[in-house]
Unconditional design. Structure first.
Length: 382
């Protein structure tokens, strides 16, 4: 702080200079007494402020210092924070990560979220919570999230899934009125780029061998046929009921069904509550699918059943195959044989864009024709 005497064009001015947050402030006066009065007022204001600060209890000084540190990290000042707080009708409440994830999972379970989605959320939150359960959501930084992700050694797909799961929790907490901080620490981390690779499919010979073994296992036979030859997802096949299947020329499998009319074709109905997209769809069964599904049911095939029962039987009694290769095989062979992207997408409950992106040109037409002949060849052998 200082007063300087300046001359310009024969006139005399008095400059009062001081600093606010490191920024120079200036005022100019023609009268030296007025300049001196301003100088004294600035000094008194600063002195009074320091005197009042010195008079604060030590605990308050510590809290002010912690608030200042947090403001510096968040790139805002304390006055701006106070003004924002005063504008709010009701301040957001802080919430620990452990409590946030507990409330989120309870809400989504009550809403009827798919078990697969809940499983993904729980897995991510349990791993993240091992380190951050006792931290408030609004105190977690992007740097902390980045360090945690680096220590998990995730694949690119799992890395992106974890970020998506955590971001979903943060947005949910914010929508419920909890304090989540000004900056999203999960969005602050770049998702990894994924290289597109060919999906895993079974050869015709592998499909025939796997089907023959699967129908001998009651917990696996019908599910395998519905996924490989009808295009259902495993989760959809597991929830299929007797009355959802109409096999022509057979009557419905549920003995207590009434007023049944002869169908024009064999179909499987995927109910909205069973579908991944919650949209009802009807899948048309090809002759091979009819033959294999009929055989699987004749051998005591069980539907519906739980994921755990199916997985246990599959691992114990069937050869290992690549993940999702049954459904990938259906989409690939169906598209190659019927040459209709829209039809394949409709049967599989997917988008035409997804079908074209992942399954086009993976299978030769002759191989596709042999695939859809598997059941016919077996039928002739009978």
């Amino acid at each position: 702080m200082a007063i300087r005497k300046l001359k310009q064009d024969g006139r005399t001015f008095y400059e009062v200079c001081w600093f606010v947050k490191g920024v120079r402030q200036r005022k100019y006066y023609k009268n030296p007494s007025r300049a001196a009065a301003k100088w004294r007022a600035v000094r008194k204001a600063k002195g009074n402020g320091l005197a009042e600060f010195d008079a604060l209890p030590d605990d308050d000084k510590v809290r002010l210092f912690q608030a200042w540190q947090r403001a510096v990290k968040g790139e805002y000042d304390l006055l701006t924070a106070c003004m924002a707080y005063e504008r709010e009708e009701e301040p957001a409440k802080p919430i620990k990560f452990s409590e946030a994830q507990k409330l989120f999972l309870s809400a989504k379970t009550a809403k009827g979220l798919r078990p697969e989605s809940l499983k993904s959320y729980r897995s991510t939150y349990n791993q993240f919570g091992a380190k951050f359960d006792n931290d408030n959501l609004d105190g977690i930084t992007a740097e902390q999230v980045s360090d945690w992700l680096d220590g998990q050694h995730y694949s690119a797909v799992r890395f992106n899934r974890a970020l998506a799961d955590l971001g979903t929790l943060r947005r949910w907490a914010e929508s419920k009125g909890y304090s989540v901080g000004r900056h999203d620490p999960f969005a602050g981390n770049e998702r990894r780029l994924l290289d597109q690779g060919d999906v895993s499919i079974l050869t015709v010979e592998q499909a025939a061998d796997y089907l023959a073994k699967a129908v001998e296992v009651p917990e696996c036979g019908p599910v395998t046929v519905l996924v490989l030859l009808c295009g259902l997802r495993v989760s959809e096949a597991l929830q299929t009921r007797d009355q959802d299947i109409e096999l022509w020329p057979h009557a419905p499998l549920a003995a207590d069904m009434e007023c049944w009319e002869k169908p024009d074709e064999s179909i499987v109905t995927v109910r909205g509550q069973a579908s991944k997209l919650r949209a009802r769809r009807i899948c048309t069964l090809q002759p091979s699918a009819i033959r294999w599904l009929d055989l699987a049911l004749e051998k005591g095939g069980v539907l519906p059943l739980s994921q755990s029962v199916y997985d246990k039987a599959r691992r114990a009694k069937l050869p290992a195959i690549p993940a999702n290769s049954l459904r990938h095989s259906f989409c690939s062979y169906h598209l190659a044989h019927f040459k209709n992207i829209g039809l394949t997408a409709e049967e599989a409950g997917n988008s035409p864009e997804m079908i074209a992106k992942h399954y086009k040109e993976l299978v030769r037409p002759k191989a596709a024709a042999r695939f859809w002949d598997i059941g016919q060849a077996m039928s002739q052998g009978d």
